[in-house]
Design a protein around this ligand. Sequence first.
Ligand SMILES: [Zn+2]
Length: 464
Amino acid sequence: MSLRFFNTLTREIEEFRPIEPNRVRMYTCGPTVYDYAHIGNFRAYIFEDLLQRHLELRGYQVERVMNLTDVDDKTIRGARAQGVPLAEFTEPFKQAFFEDLDSLRIRRADHFPEATAPKYIARMIEMIAVLIERECAYRADDGSVYFRIKSFPRYGALAHFNLDELQATGRVRSDEYEKEEASDFALWKAWDPEDGDVWWESPWGRGRPGWHIECSAMATAILGSQIDVHCGGEDNIFPHHEAEIAQTECVTKMPFVRLWMHCKHLLVDGRKMSKSENNFFTLRDLKAKGWSGREVRYVLAAVKYREPLNFTFESLEAARKALARYDEWFERVRAMAAKTAEPLPSELRPEKFTEALDDDLNVSAGLGAIFELIRDSNRLIDAGELSGGQARALLDWREKFDSVLVLSADEEGIPEEVREMLLRRAEAREKKEWALSDALRDQLLATGWQVKDTKEGQKLSRRG
Ligand SMILES: [Zn+2]
């Protein structure tokens, strides 16, 4: 059975056919490093991680790029507000982003190009020069260079709106804008005092690139003129990805991307996340409340990427319980597994997991299949009807699930953050800091672990 995915451009489920049979060139829009990424951003990055891992499970060799936007309107605004150079402002957010990726078990991309790297700035300038030469772009009287959207009749195809219906008159300088303002957008922004010392020399004078050209330049520089899959959050469709297509195709004269995949927004308690609504969370916020990266990963992965995902604290509680079942089942099957696998009874259908993911990455159905398998195989074990060889076959399947989901507890089954708390508690007890010791015991309990003090020291068990 082949893999099938929904293509935002055609609005159809299509059979997956990369340019080269077994190789996948994948570009994923990364963070703008002006703040800590929030869990809505991470929903998209986890979706991309699941996609890559599933393609690999199906035998594809994936090369993935994720860019870091370290110069745009927002980063410049942030650096100015703090009164520090741009690079100094963005650096801690870059570091924090990588820590969060690790915590959420998101595989690092093969390339993390930074927009401000000289070779990519050079590539952007080169592309803009070609666009001007072909009259797809022009230098306006404000000194900036704009893309002429009328020169690209397919502009609007990705977001599915008709260029003729737009009142496309003026120009728009800011990186983000609404469909109603779909006007010529900035490729190169002439320096203005707001930019401070952020500028590069170009044939059109000092200035800086627009956000959209950054991705076109980095994608084609690393992966070539045509790529197989381009992903992002649905808010990237317009104007960002629409602009990427127009700029790139006017330069390369060939279709830029075969398959466009976009992940739906994340809601929190049924509402759009916003700082003013007090429902805005970074991974750090959730960890401070005692939730682990593994639990957050579970919640963000568990709903199919094209379905709305409503994040709640109940969903984290449910994740904790589901993970405990997943862990216990694994221990149980592992304890009885023989060396050689034997065919599974026909009522157990682990292949339903991979089939669900083949079908437009339906992780919700995939997890459903896993928990069905856990329930049915537990019942067989209870009845003494599962052989050691069959247990081995289940373990082999479990390895496949986990190569995509990455939900394993670590080696000894105790999460790293729990082990750390345990260590701190041992120290506290040594120093007779009983209040701290009790607080850590409560924190452990909130994380799903019960600690008892015995003559041999602390004994840890999963909360029942
Ligand atoms: Zn991008």
